[in-house]
Design a protein around this ligand. Structure first.
Ligand code: ADP
Ligand code: MG
Length: 707
């Protein structure tokens, strides 16, 4: 249960003074609906804490108080002046109401269109001194201020915040009203115990959590709201610490449920190594070693194996599976698509055969009788390694003794599947493989609960892929050059883009391109898209793989993992519509053999800034990790991992692109807590629990109570 101390923060925002039902609805829209927060928060109503976590993105600085003669134009200035003349418009005139004010250096006209004359007379009494704040402009050679933001007397001036926060709004909500609501929310902030050991965190000028929130909502200087300001750092750090700590609590509880030590003699591995046509790279050897250590230890493995396309993850996975099989258990590998599952199966069959391992394939498309046989063999332990799609984790599938589950291309699966597969056996070790190189900051934030092995080094002999970009109106030229390549035996992918709104449209685009290319290349062209029957898809892929067709027109179904080493050309149409990660994945379909490969990015003009930047990145580098980092910069973290769809919560106070460094600090601190006080006991533990509740990591705290 959430401590009562936090109750005021989780009260509805509508309970704040000055927030009526209408504003309440607008706040719901701004802070809940439009914020992309997941439904697990339990209420669709904005709460006090949501207001407090809605940080200003800009400020208005009212500290500039020049004399009239020195006042700059087009900047916010606050001027002290005497009211010397009122110039109301004539009756029924549409002219503005003007007020002349002056100081000893000059005068300015205040201009009010359609204003209430009584208000003007009351606010700017003749002969009195007032302060007006707003922007000056030149009109007809005279300085004027149209609709001053503020007209204040001495008392009002004393209350004028020197710097005002500016908040993101939603239609119908005004800055003033939102500011008032947030000011009211700030008064509800309880005094919280400190959860940081100050000596452990080297943040400059560290403020308390409450002080930090106050500072960003009541900035004294525009610098106070800058992402690297002490206040913002503290808030970001707290959120990241809560996140890391909750991930580690989840992991600890998973591990507590016990793991098993798998003993390996290494005989099967030796057979596989003997059958391999190549030697492992240094990175592969290291990853293999990491995994072997995990598998041999009595704790549960939870490891992420990340490596760019073509970095050779599969063989590392195979060694891991061989390890648990030698220990008398079974292993499963789940791929995101049928094509990939089949490809893994076919790719491994030779090696597993040489090592005497019994391998099976299980997909949603197996014939009923075949499927029944596979299921029975799995349950009886007559199959050592099974490769399949998500069909593997349906209820009907049971293992005699599953020791290791591997998930390939993890970003395609939700967290649920990842956990579901852990339930298929006693203390199943888990290895997740991702071909999307994920920047370190993101690995820590989303997979903080996992150990990581990285294949950064590629197998030797890989050639760089010549990448160029051309506008779509030079299609003729591209086809001409493609014709030359095809004549000399080359094989090429032709990728048509995903039109997000409609798969039908994608297919139509692909079919149209297929028709056009068929006019040039006849039956040398094949077509594969997501709407085709599975058998037709396989057939099209197979014909391309054997070289019967030399051009494969495809929608993005080929994005993940498809391996035809003879393909050396990839043409990506409407490259401007793809994200960087996707372009990189697509390009990874070529350059898999020893022959020189090329990639043509066809784009529609005019190119937007982001699309231009993406295409440049693609031309400049083939380092998937660099590309992923650029992707993060260009898109923001959610989309890189596809978390918008999978519903993983984003951060509210931390911005990973600027606060990435804090993540490592938070992780170190969370680790320290986990080793010193894993049950979060005592005063320090209570404070950390409060932190977890504050950031709604209630589930993690529950694990503490259960454990
Ligand atoms: P990915 O990491 O994308 O899954 P794969 O495991 O499919 O990469 O490997 C890509 C290709 O590289 C495969 O054809 C594989 O046989 C080959 N390969 C893997 N490791 C090595 C190595 N150490 N030396 C040479 N080729 C390798
Ligand atoms: Mg792979």
């Amino acid at each position: 249960m959430r401590p009562n101390l936090l109750d005021p923060l989780f009260a509805p925002a509508a309970s704040l003074p000055g927030v009526g039902p209408k504003t309440g609805k607008l706040l719901d829209r701004l802070l809940v609906e439009a914020s992309g927060q997941d439904a697990s928060r339990g209420t669709s109503h904005a709460r006090v804490v949501d207001l407090l976590f809605h940080l200003p993105h800009a400020t208005v600085d009212r500290r500039n108080r020049p004399k009239i003669a020195d006042a700059p134009l087009d900047q916010i200035v606050t001027i002290e002046a005497k009211v010397v003349d009122h110039q109301p418009p004539g009756p029924r005139s549409k002219a503005p109401y003007k007020v002349l004010v002056e100081d000893e250096t000059g005068d300015i006209l205040l201009v009010f269109f359609l204003a209430n004359p009584q208000w003007i007379e009351r606010s700017l009494p003749l002969g009195e001194t007032r302060w007006v704040s707003g922007k000056l402009e030149l009109w007809d050679g005279h300085r004027q201020m149209v609709h001053p933001d503020r007209v204040l007397d001495a008392a009002g001036l004393a209350k004028l915040p020197p710097v005002e926060p500016v908040y993101g709004l939603t239609e119908g909500l005004y800055q003033k009203i939102l500011s008032k609501a947030i000011a009211a929310a700030l008064t509800r902030l309880p005094v919280l115990p400190e959860w940081h050991r100050y000596e452990a965190v080297e943040l400059p000028n560290m403020l308390s959590f409450g002080e930090a929130l106050k500072r960003v909502h009541e900035p004294q200087d525009p610098a106070d709201i800058a992402p690297m300001s002490p206040a913002r750092l503290r808030l970001a750090y707290d959120e990241l610490l809560a996140h890391q700590l909750s991930l580690m609590l989840v992991r600890a509880s998973m591990r507590q449920r016990g793991g098993r030590a798998h003993e390996e003699r290494g005989e099967i591995a030796a057979k596989i190594a003997a059958a391999l046509p190549f030697a492992l790279t240094g990175a592969q050897v290291q990853a293999r070693e990491d995994i072997r250590r995990d598998l041999t230890a009595p704790t549960r493995m939870l490891r992420l194996l990340q490596g760019d396309v073509g970095s050779g993850k599969t063989v590392v996975a195979l060694f891991a599976m061989a390890h648990v099989v030698e220990a008398g258990r079974q292993a499963a590998l789940m791929a995101p698509t049928e094509i990939l599952a089949r490809q893994h199966y076919e790719g491994m069959a030779g090696l597993t055969g040489a090592a005497g391992l019994r391998l099976a394939l299980l997909t949603g498309r197996d014939k009923a009788s075949e499927r029944a046989r596979t299921l029975a063999a799995l349950a009886a332990g007559e199959i050592d390694i099974v490769i399949g799609t998500h069909a593997l984790f349906q209820e009907a599938v049971s293992f005699r003794d599953l020791g290791l589950a591997i998930v390939d291309e993890q970003h395609r699966f939700g967290v649920h599947q990842r956990l579901a597969l852990g339930e298929k056996g006693a203390a199943v070790d888990i290895l997740v493989m991702t071909a999307t190189p994920i920047p370190r900051t993101l690995v820590l934030s989303y997979f903080g609960d996992m150990d990581i092995s990285t294949l950064r080094e590629k197998p030797p002999g890989r050639q760089s892929i010549d990448t160029r970009a051309l506008p779509l109106d030079r299609l003729d030229e591209v086809i001409e050059r493609l014709a030359e390549a095809i004549a000399s035996g080359a094989r090429a992918y032709w990728v048509c883009p995903l039109v997000a709104e409609s798969e039908e449209l994608d297919v139509a685009a692909a079919e149209e391109r297929f028709d056009l290319l068929s006019q040039f290349f006849g039956n040398k062209v094949g077509l594969v898209h997501g709407k085709m029957k599975a058998q037709d898809k396989d057939r099209a892929m197979a014909r391309f793989a054997t070289g019967e067709t030399q051009i494969l027109v495809a929608t993005t179904v080929i994005e993940v993992g498809v391996d035809v080493p003879e393909a050396t050309i990839i043409i990506i149409e409407h490259a401007e519509r793809f994200g960087l990660a996707q372009l990189h994945q697509l390009r990874g379909r070529v350059g898999r053999g020893s022959a020189k490969s090329s990639c043509v990015l066809l784009y529609k003009t005019p190119l937007g800034e982001t699309a231009k930047a993406r295409i440049n990145v693609m031309r400049e580098t083939q380092d998937g990790f660099l590309i992923a980092e650029e992707d993060l910069r260009l898109r923001g973290e959610g989309e890189v991992l596809g978390t918008r769809q999978s519903g993983a919560p984003g951060f509210r106070l931390a911005q990973l692109d600027v606060h990435g460094d804090l993540l490592a600090l938070a992780r170190a601190e969370a680790q320290q807590v986990m080793s010193a006080n894993p049950k979060l006991e005592g005063e320090a533990g209570q404070a950390l629990r409060l932190l977890l509740y504050l950031f709604e990591r209630d589930a993690a705290v529950k694990l503490l109570q259960a454990g």
